[in-house]
Design a protein around this ligand. Structure first.
Ligand SMILES: Cc1cc2nc3c(=O)[nH]c(=O)nc-3n(C[C@H](O)[C@H](O)[C@H](O)COP(=O)(O)OP(=O)(O)OC[C@H]3O[C@@H](n4cnc5c(N)ncnc54)[C@H](O)[C@@H]3O)c2cc1C
Length: 433
């Protein structure tokens, strides 16, 4: 029996069949086969979701082989890419064309289709998540038929499928609206949590991308401000040795060792966090946007992330801080705080709302001591919408209240997949059967 586990190791399943199509017509054939056998189908990206969104006991379609750019429209700055293309392949390929995605998350291991399907986002209040860059896509439906959609063609399917949770069909190709390649100036520094909160509104407006890592049980925050560099200005990238020291040695290798230590002696966590917060010191550099956005994350963890209305961020952070101080929960990873502008995608966490995103993490070998549940209870008071790929417990009843177009999404699902061939336990929970 095949056993699949996700990146974090907290989700697993036993697919009845695994297929790895290399072309869209092979996806069609695999879906038709599953249809004939009467088993469900689930497309798999890079397995980087923390929820069971990608799990299946039916046909698992690994789309690693469906990779690459298939068409470039230089005038419109649009590219068509195969659905399984990993972002770390896409980004340099776009760069070679003088193009880039307007915004990215903090890693590049995900597939394009996987990233958009759960609403993957980065940070920047004047920007949106990755799915907002999608201008069209192609889906293989449960009976093997192929449906193309865009803002003009099948617009309702388009609104549903950009953040479609894998519930509507298998995406084989995605069209992306790119921007001219650009460079970012990165400024990173340690700061006091309360000082950061005091000037947060101003910073979020002033900088293109604001990202903060707050070390639990300390009041230290690692702040990252990334700003677009005017055309023609090149700036200086990080020296190779500095990137290796910060990103490989400190953020990954040493961090793995300290986490292993923490899992044996949780009492040292507050002191460890204080040291970690100081080790990652100030730095400033300029590089291509995609190189600045992403980092390598080798230390495994579990994560929950919620979007709250932007104005609620300080109240939420202070409530989480107060809970952590009272319970001394030994979380070894920083909480991350980011910001994203509103979009119009039905199941996007940013649907018609400017958001602050708060993410809580714990090392994969350590218990969270109730912190995730407490975090969820705190954000619940602020109309919080969970990231579809990160741990949460909300079900269809509550999600229907949080998403004004929830029933429209379900109507598209009823039309495209009435027999629920693309369902799994997670989708039954969050969308209903
Ligand atoms: C270390 C780490 C860092 C992360 N950083 C960020 C971040 O900065 N911002 C953020 O928002 N999220 C982040 N995430 C979450 C991650 O971006 C999402 O969970 C994303 O969905 C993972 O992409 P994937 O390719 O691994 O998809 P998978 O997890 O494999 O699949 C996700 C969903 O997409 C569906 N899917 C995949 N391919 C297709 C297809 N071809 N057709 C239809 N459906 C498909 C799957 O069925 C499933 O429902 C991070 C996760 C990790 C582990």
């Amino acid at each position: 029996m095949t056993t699949w586990t996700n990146w974090a190791g907290n989700q697993s399943c036993h697919p009845a069949e695994v297929a790895a199509p290399r072309r869209p017509d092979e996806v069609v054939a695999a879906v038709e086969r599953a249809h004939a056998r009467g088993i469900p189908v689930k497309a798999l990206g890079a397995g980087h979701s923390f929820t069971g969104v990608a799990a299946t006991d039916g046909l698992q379609l690994s789309l690693d082989g469906l990779s690459g750019i298939t068409h470039v429209d230089r005038e419109q700055r649009r590219v068509r890419v195969l659905a399984g293309t990993p972002l770390h392949v896409l980004n340099p390929a776009l760069h070679a064309l003088g193009l880039a995605l307007p915004n990215l998350g903090d890693i590049d291991r995900q597939s394009v289709a996987g990233a958009i399907s759960t609403g993957t986002h980065g940070t920047g209040i004047r920007l949106q998540g990755i799915a907002a860059a999608v201008s069209g896509l192609e889906l293989v439906l449960a009976d093997g038929s192929v449906l193309a959609c865009s803002a003009e063609v099948e617009p309702e399917v388009f609104q549903a499928a950009r953040v479609g949770l894998g519930a509507l069909g298998v995406i084989t190709e995605v069209e992306l609206q790119c921007v001219p390649a650009f460079r970012l100036h990165a400024k990173e520094f340690g700061a006091d949590l309360f000082e950061v909160l005091e000037r947060l509104e101003e910073d979020v407006e002033r900088h293109d991308h604001v990202d903060m890592h707050w070390f639990p049980l300390t009041d230290r925050v690692l702040v990252k401000h990334n700003d677009r560099v005017p055309d023609g200005e090149t700036g200086t990238p990080l020296p190779r040795w500095r990137a290796a020291l910060d990103d490989d040695l400190l953020s990954n290798r040493l961090f793995e060792l300290t986490n292993r230590g923490a899992s044996r002696w949780p009492a040292v966590v507050p002191r460890l966090n204080a040291v970690s917060a100081r080790l990652l010191g100030a730095r400033e550099y300029t590089d291509d946007s995609w190189r600045v956005f992403v980092a390598e994350r080798k230390v495994r963890f579990r994560e929950s992330e919620y979007a709250v209305p932007r104005a609620a961020v300080t109240e939420v952070v202070l409530a989480v801080r107060s809970w952590l101080e009272r319970h001394r929960a030994p979380l070894t990873f920083p909480l991350e705080i980011r910001f994203i502008g509103a979009d119009d995608i039905w199941l996007s966490t940013a649907y018609q709302r400017e958001n602050a995103y708060l993410a809580i993490h714990q090392y994969h070998r350590m218990d969270d001591h109730g912190a995730f549940a407490a975090f969820e209870a705190i954000v619940a008071e602020h109309e919080a919408r969970p990231h579809w790929g990160k741990l949460h417990t909300l079900g269809a009843d509550r999600l229907r209240e949080l998403y004004p177009r929830f029933d429209d999404f379900v109507a598209v699902r009823d039309r495209l997949d009435p027999q629920r061939r693309f369902a799994n336990a997670y989708l039954d929970h969050v969308l209903g059967r």
